[in-house]
Design a protein around this ligand. Structure first.
Ligand code: HEC
Length: 137
């Protein structure tokens, strides 16, 4: 009986922890994940330090972005920004398009945003629940 109880206890704790790890946490590990994804998916256009590239690609290291567009950032990453109005988001600069990133899941997007926030924006981080609810719209 005691063994059964132990097994039950272990199962419950492991389910609990695997559930916890589904969330985008604010640990250094996750910023590392966000950094890796930023480098592979974003830095070719926006630069390694999010400083932008000439007149083509805007810098994304200013806190105004998250202060004014908190609810748009996950959507822009997922759906891109295009000059062609058949897309959901239209360019502001009108010089180049930003591609959509359908291969990045909600946790990836959350991690990228929290990496940028940790490095540059310094505002309250995104929770995965917040990103999930924005991307459901
Ligand atoms: C192929 C180039 C390219 C890639 C890759 C790219 N972007 Fe962009 N991004 C752009 C361009 C061009 C714009 C400006 C669009 C416009 O004129 O509004 C932009 C705009 C943005 C903006 C809005 C900036 C502002 O001031 O309004 C954010 C935020 C952003 N990108 C984040 C990202 C993130 C995060 C990634 C990686 C997941 C990424 N981008 C990948 C080209 C790119």
């Amino acid at each position: 009986m005691l063994v059964l109880k132990k097994i039950l206890y272990l199962t419950i704790t492991s389910v609990f922890f695997s559930f916890l790890f589904q969330f985008c946490k604010y640990s250094t590990e996750n910023y590392k994940e966000g950094k890796k994804l930023y480098i592979s998916s974003c830095s070719s256009c926006h630069g390694e330090n999010a400083e932008g590239l000439g007149k083509w690609y805007p810098p994304i290291n200013n806190a105004q972005l998250i202060l004014q567009n908190r609810n748009n950032l996950p959507l822009w990453i997922r759906f891109g920004i295009y000059s062609d109005s058949s897309h959901r988001f239209k360019t502001q600069l009108g010089i180049a398009d930003m591609p959509e990133h359908p291969h990045l899941n909600n946790i990836d997007i959350c991690n990228i945003l929290n990496f940028l926030n940790d490095q540059f924006w310094k505002q309250s981080p995104y929770s995965i629940q917040e990103v999930n609810s924005i991307l459901k719209l």
